[in-house]
Design a protein. Structure first.
Length: 99
């Protein structure tokens, strides 16, 4: 997934093959076909994601969690109205809206 940060541009949050959490600057790419696995569609999201209730807000703080052999596995982003937790769980990206 990508966040559009006004001063920084697009920031990608995804998981790596070693189950780490990847956070880097990169532009969204086009969707792609996974064959029998389906298709990945890249589109703008609305309020249906954990970040939806924080659209237009500044990021006030960030905290990362690391594991010795994996690297970054979690990221908490703090907004004026709450937090969003991004984490790698068994190689899947999980997003949680927190108070």
């Amino acid at each position: 997934m990508w966040l559009t940060v006004e001063r920084e541009g697009p920031i990608r949050i995804t998981t790596g093959s070693d189950w780490c959490l990847i956070v880097d600057a990169s532009k969204p790419h086009a969707g792609y076909d996974l064959g029998e696995g389906g298709r990945v569609e890249v589109r703008e999201s609305g309020r249906e994601t954990p970040f939806g209730s924080h659209l237009g807000e500044d990021i006030l703080g960030a905290r990362e969690d690391y594991e010795p052999f994996t690297g970054r596995i979690g990221l908490d982003l703090t907004f004026a109205t709450g937090r969003v937790r991004c984490e790698s769980w068994a190689g899947d990206l999980r997003l949680k809206d927190l108070p």
